[in-house]
Design a protein around this ligand. Sequence first.
Ligand SMILES: CSC[C@@H](O)[C@@H](O)C(=O)COP(=O)(O)O
Length: 361
Amino acid sequence: MALEAIRYKNGNLEVLDQLLLPDETKYIQVKGTKDGWNVIKKMQVRGAPAIGIVGILSLAVELHCKFFNSLDELGEYVTEQLTYLVTARPTAVNMADFRDKLCVQLSEWSNEANSTVNGVTQKMLAEIESQLEYDINTNKTMARYGADHIIKHYKGKSVKVLTHCNTGSLATAGFGTALGVVRELYSRGCLLHCYCTETRPYNQGSRLTAYELVHDKIPATLICDSMAAVLMKDKAITAVVVGADCVVANGDTANKVGTYQLAIISHYHSVPFYVVAPSTSIDLDRDTGAEIVIEERPPDEMTTLKGISIAAKGISVWNPAFDITPASLITGGIVTEFGVFKPDELKDRLTTTLQKKSEQQ
Ligand SMILES: CSC[C@@H](O)[C@@H](O)C(=O)COP(=O)(O)O
């Protein structure tokens, strides 16, 4: 059975508490945007696409039962709640992308002749609720593009990949971004081995990615983050595949802290480095990575493990949750649902594709 991080039906939303994994499988009910904000902030749900989807679904929960007197009141409430949800975690761009797109749609629907509060609410709900399926389909398309590219350009049928953080079913609506590529390689019989990093300080690799790999019976090995260089030296890694919290116009990419050092050592060892990111994680309005806000997390996420202190008391701590990998180190390419692009062609190719798509609608 596929892992399900997000369960939603008719205004009922539950998320798998990822802080308890891999030991315990427990779902939390999300009763509205306040709960949505809290589960995102506490990282009970995490991963850029999952953050965005849980955020908007928490609004859908409210839209199912709330009453609005006018279109203005509906518009004001929706805009306010979406903006509030963006503040839970600042680096992952997906929630902000949903806010921007939904606000534009809301105002278009409201301005249509004969629009009603109920009619616009139903359209909004349909749009939000379609995102679960849309994200899974997007992930499967990226997985095919990514696997094709790796097989075509590198070692054909005996691929060994290294991945970082968790980018799988738990970080998305299902299947995953970078881990989706790993799943696709495995299902084609082309994956010899997947290595996953522990991903300190919050261990998304050892707790979540390892859990998904074991669940799917994919041949895999866990390494500490500090072992990545020697892994590349000794184990003939074919490619590194990672996800993204935000890719900007020049291809600079924010992802889980530690990604940047992996990109540097990949470059040193001539291992192609891929970022797998849906267009909802790409922000073409920002030119370079310098414009990305990096979230800093509380010190105890680094100094304690399940409440037990693992660092000298009194030491000061710097805990950035993400780092920026410069476009020049993304040597394999940026895998999107529209194809695999070199960082320097991302902006033009994506702009053209999105323009064509909107003309066809
Ligand atoms: C498909 S998930 C891509 C990224 O969101 C992922 O690599 C990552 O950095 C997650 O960070 P997290 O802090 O666990 O939300």
